[in-house]
Design a protein around this ligand. Sequence first.
Ligand code: FAD
Length: 256
Amino acid sequence: YALQGLRGFNNSHVYMADLESALHYSLRVELAAHDIIRGDALNALKKYISVLAKYFPGRPVVVNLLKTLKAWLQDQTENKISYKAFEDVLDNRVPHTALPEGVRWVGCQGSQPHFRRYPCGVWTLFHVLSVQANSTGGSDPVEVLSAMRSYIHHFFGCRACAEHFENMAQEGLEQVGTLPSAVLWLWFRHNQVNNRISGDLSEDPFFPKIQWPSPETCPACHTVNEKREHKWSKDEVLSFLLSHYSSSNILTGNPA
Ligand code: FAD
């Protein structure tokens, strides 16, 4: 495999560049495939922008833009919007609001352009949002998960992924009763996806799918039972996730 200049990065951190790149791709590319957004899809977009405006732990200019989008969506009285009108708000350059103009993948870069990137950014974004909801004491334990579910269902470009995720969501997403269990639900489901697609052609050979976090990354997360079978220590996994995806573990600026 010809490595296309993998930048050095440290996988014990989360990178703001990946989160902003995921936002850029989602808002400017993925949504742009829909000329008109109406009905349930419009509600999905409103929920998505609303959790972003509430929990995205970003730079003030980015958070301001998300809040502007949220307010604009709330003001729409018709049951449909055109993407063009939404894009105008994105482009409108209200002072102190901005998204980066393109993507720059760091923790989500792949060894080839068709690996990783946006889908990796989407997972990272929603893990971060679920942890932010927990640490800021969100009131609804499924707010972030259900926004993710409907965004993926209506807009995620990988339609097979969306279908798989919807099947998972039907198995218990709405029954999640606390903010920490929402963080764990997403972790557990992400590992199920890793397991299902490990070894597929879509796997970047430089970033093999594993049951995450590895024993090297979080030794305390892994235990064995009396039968010497592997068991996750859920408490340790939770504290690992709360720290890994916390805003203080997000690096801004260029990686070394
Ligand atoms: P990703 O799986 O994208 O993970 C990104 C980063 O998250 C990892 O590098 C790691 O740091 C961290 N991470 C890994 N596992 C966990 C975990 N359990 N909990 C918390 N953090 C973790 N592809 C398919 O081929 N088939 C599918 O059905 C499919 N469904 C998808 C559904 C959704 C909702 C999404 C967002 C993506 C889906 N994909 C699917 C894409 C696939 O899951 C990967 O995103 C893609 O292959 C890129 O993989 P990656 O190596 O960058 O790691």
